[in-house]
Every structure is written in structure tokens, then in C-alpha cells.
Design a protein around this ligand. Structure first.
Ligand code: GTP
Ligand code: MG
Length: 137
């Protein structure tokens, strides 16, 4: 078994889709081992996405991710990172497969409802950005 990290992004929070997304996550067999709702400052969002600093969309991404509350969570399941990337679907919802979270809830390549870690190493780093060991069950 292993773990991944997710955020339900501000667009999904604004539209009232947090519960629907958590239901899809549960139905896909993930166990929530940590969860909280937080409103990131632009500085904190920029720090989280520092790996994208040189990308043309970095400014937009930081502005978007600090626009309103997100729900951050650590999820546990066999093959968690890869299976969660499959569950959320392609970055661009126009390319997301039927049955994926982004197909159902994302509105654009930027405002795409959810984040999912892209490796076990990043899952650990991103989880630790939001949660102490005491907050992980
Ligand atoms: P995450 O799970 O959020 O990391 O998405 P991803 O791994 O599918 O995509 P990537 O890591 O390449 O990009 C991170 C985030 O930046 C995306 O989820 C989008 O929110 C945003 N993003 C990526 N490409 C674009 C773009 O072309 N324009 C805008 N505005 N945002 C983008
Ligand atoms: Mg990514």
C-alpha cells in the first residue's frame, strides 16, 4: 500500500463540488489519512508550485490557487500515485477520459478541480507541506 497527496482546488470549492469529488475518491478505494481545508496565500501557493516557476502559466496558477479555500488530503491505496492520476484524468479536461474527476468537474486546463502528486517522492514532499506526522492517520 502507499500514499498520494491531493488538493481540491478553489474552482471546485467555489462550485460546491468538494463533497462530490470526495465521494468519487472514496468509491475508487482510497482511504483518507489526513484532510483539511485551507486558504493559501499567494506566497504559499508559489512555494508549493515552485517547480513550475519558469512556466508561462506560473503567475496565473499562483493567483488561481490562492483565490479561495482548497481541501488538502493524503490518500492511501495500493499503487496510490498512479491510480489517483488515472482517477483524476488528463490536465486538460477536454482530453480527460469518461468517468474521471476532471471530466466531470474541471472547466479548463488551469481550473481543473483537483491536484494529484506525480511520484511517490513528490507525494511525501507535498503531504509534508500541509501535514505534520501527528496529523497523518
Ligand atoms: P496537478 O495535479 O495540479 O499537478 O496537474 P498536472 O500534473 O496534471 O499538471 P502540471 O503539473 O503540468 O501543471 C500543474 C497545474 O498547472 C495544472 O493542474 C493546472 O492547474 C496548471 N496549468 C498547467 N498548464 C496550464 C496552462 O497551460 N495554463 C494555465 N492557466 N494553467 C496551467
Ligand atoms: Mg503536476
Amino acid at each position: 500500500t502507499n500514499r498520494t497527496f491531493t488538493m481540491i482546488k478553489p474552482d471546485a470549492t467555489e462550485k460546491g463540488n468538494t463533497g462530490g469529488i470526495l465521494a468519487m475518491i472514496n468509491e475508487a478505494g482510497f482511504r483518507i489519512v489526513a484532510m483539511k481545508m485551507v486558504h493559501l496565500s499567494a506566497a504559499k501557493a508559489g512555494e508549493f508550485y515552485a517547480v513550475h516557476k519558469e512556466r508561462p502559466f506560473y503567475g496565473e496558477l499562483v493567483e488561481f490557487m490562492s483565490r479561495g479555500p482548497i481541501t488538502a488530503a493524503i490518500l492511501e491505496k495500493d499503487n496510490a500515485v498512479e491510480d489517483f492520476r488515472t482517477l483524476i484524468g488528463a490536465t486538460n479536461p477536454a482530453q480527460a477520459a469518461e468517468g474521471t474527476i476532471r471530466k466531470k468537474y474541471a472547466s479548463s486546463i488551469g481550473e481543473n478541480a483537483v491536484h494529484g502528486s506525480d511520484s511517490n517522492e513528490n507525494a511525501a514532499i507535498e503531504g509534508a507541506f500541509f501535514f505534520s506526522q501527528l496529523e497523518q492517520f
